[in-house]
Design a protein around this ligand. Structure first.
Ligand code: ADP
Ligand code: GN1
Ligand code: MG
Length: 359
């Protein structure tokens, strides 16, 4: 449900901003939360979000993660660099719970924008730098204190099991129209356990990771070619660095949009891959284990396969998870991910060579 502007302004007024809030507008292109840009009487912006409680069941623990992580990053950040900060409610507390749901407010990060599709080579490199640096900033963060905001978020084996359940249930009655796509994902089951096996045998360490390193989750200063700040911290949990690298490639190395209908426009770009790898590894490369280096390129295949499977699962379940804006939206999304995976499968050896060169 989307609230009207008056409701949103009265909600915004309950947070500790510097002045009266006067304007509220929908903002950004996230698939999960409802995001609003709030303006106060002096023209200063804030971000207000209605937290998606269907996705994040334990908001108290979610917000504890976020205040922990943002506080840690703020203490490590130098030169007044922008970072995300939780703005409390007037009566104290880091989120607001009212009948219509859960809300939180952040400082608005100035000087950077979300790039939604087809970054330039430079933008893709700084996106990699931004997420690589984020990984470094969280080095030493007490991982055990982090709550699993979405359990098994990148457990592709359990994602695959859920996919099978969605096929069996066929809740939305769409299975017969998507047989080809379903087969395509089933044929690639072998991908699911590869990283989990490395985690189990210790060759892939569990680190504090972002887990949703989509291109539009790092704000980029396009004039100075700099990553300003990493945002969307809801999924910061223990995970593999391969997930963070892989999802950056999945979302950024695509020459088309994630929901492009014309697959002729959807291609995996080696140039964009190389640029991201260079940026990411320049910041986070020093700590990579041998197994991580070997599987980094595969991580991009895995994250794209997993995300595509999640879109198809949601399509089969009747679009209950990702925001959709048209009929068949999740189906269009799953098809672009399939095209990306096929392109990457054909170039995996070259991608691995690139990683070897940088790492
Ligand atoms: P979702 O979980 O729905 O993806 P995000 O936290 O990523 O929500 O927010 C959606 C979009 O809003 C982002 O992609 C970004 O463009 C914008 N945004 C979010 N937080 C900020 C912020 N603090 N400053 C500026 N822009 C922001
Ligand atoms: C969601 O919230 P957003 O739009 O940054 C999703 C990611 C997917 C992505 C696909 C919490 O990211 O896992 O990869 O959509 N986030 C969550 O576009 O499920
Ligand atoms: Mg987001």
């Amino acid at each position: 449900m989307i609230e009207n502007v008056t409701d949103i302004l009265s909600i915004a007024a309950r947070f500790r901003t510097d002045a009266h809030v006067v304007k509220a507008e929908r903002y950004g292109c996230g698939h999960i939360n409802d995001t609003y840009r709030i303006t106060d009487e002096r023209g200063k912006y804030y971000i207000l979000q209605k937290i998606n409680n269907n996705v994040f069941r334990n908001v108290e623990a979610l917000m504890r993660n976020i205040t922990g992580v943002t506080g840690y990053i703020a203490r490590k950040t130098v030169d007044g660099r922008e970072c995300l900060e939780v703005i409390p409610i007037l009566e104290g507390g880091n989120y607001l719970k009212i009948a219509s749901g859960y809300y939180r407010m952040y400082n608005f990060i100035y000087g950077g924008v979300s790039i939604e599709t087809r970054p330039s080579i430079n933008e893709m490199r700084v996106s990699g730098q931004g997420f690589g640096r984020f990984q470094q900033l969280l080095d030493g963060y007490p991982a055990a204190t982090l709550f699993d905001t979405i359990p098994d978020f990148h457990n592709t084996v359990s994602r695959f099991a859920r996919f099978r359940e969605a096929i069996a249930a066929d809740t939305a009655g769409r299975l017969r129209y998507v047989k080809k796509e379903v087969e395509w994902y089933l044929e690639r089951e072998k991908y699911c356990g590869v990283v989990l096996k490395g985690i189990a045998d210790g060759s892939i360490p569990l680190r504090v990771t972002h887990n949703d390193t989509k291109l539009n989750n790092v704000l980029i200063d396009v004039r100075h070619n700099e990553a300003v700040a990493v945002i969307d911290l809801d999924t910061v949990m223990k995970g593999s660095i391969l997930y963070d690298f892989g999802d950056g490639i999945r979302s950024g190395a695509n020459t088309g949009a994630e929901d492009e209908k014309d697959l002729g426009k959807v291609n995996f770009s080696r140039e964009l891959f190389d640029a991201y790898a260079e940026g990411f590894i320049s910041e986070a490369g020093a700590k990579l284990t041998e197994t991580e280096k070997k599987l980094m390129a595969f991580g991009a295949v895995l994250m794209t396969y997993e995300c595509g499977m999640r879109f198809l699962t949601d399509h089969l379940e009747g679009d209950t998870y990702f925001k959709v804006h048209r009929e068949g939206h999740n189906l269009d999304r799953t098809r672009t991910q399939m095209k990306m995976v096929e392109d990457m499968e054909a170039q995996l050896k070259d991608m691995e060579a690139t990683i070897e060169r940088y790492a």
